[in-house]
Ligand binder design. Structure first.
Ligand code: FE2
Ligand code: FE2
Length: 133
């Protein structure tokens, strides 16, 4: 379900590596859920995912700001909206109002796919031109 492949590559080393890690943590969340691991294990993986996402978004935003990427505001707004959705889910999960469902996994998959292949691909040529690696 969460397999990174070349169609996700933005041809910027640091960002590809982070995207690959994101896929790996999402896959761990998938298997924690599929193997019926306890709530604590799932919560821990979800925490890790959110922390990693936040680090990754900061990395991209720092690069975009540093190089004056013209679509920065729209891209950041997308990051903020995605973060809000996942954090909201996490809160519901912690409060016992939600379980990690196929729905969340599907949301993550669509998000990774659409955001990376859409918005991230849009900044890629711009940053590559600035010799970002
Ligand atoms: Fe990204
Ligand atoms: Fe992004």
């Amino acid at each position: 379900m969460f397999d990174w492949n070349n169609s996700y590559s933005v041809q910027i080393g640091s960002i590809d590596a982070q995207h690959q890690t994101l896929f790996r943590i999402a896959a761990e969340l998938h298997s924690a859920m599929a193997n019926g691991q306890g709530k604590t294990a799932v919560a821990r993986t979800l925490d890790r995912l959110i922390q990693y996402v936040s680090m990754h978004f900061s990395h991209e935003e720092r690069l975009m700001r540093l190089h004056g990427y013209p679509d920065f505001a729209a891209h950041k707004a997308e990051h903020d909206a995605l973060t809000k959705q996942v954090v909201q889910f996490q809160q519901e999960f912690q409060a016992g109002r939600a379980i990690v469902t196929v729905q969340l996994l599907r949301f993550l998959k669509e998000w990774l796919q659409n955001h990376i292949q859409g918005s991230d691909q849009k900044y890629a040529p711009f940053l590559r031109e600035k010799a970002v690696a």
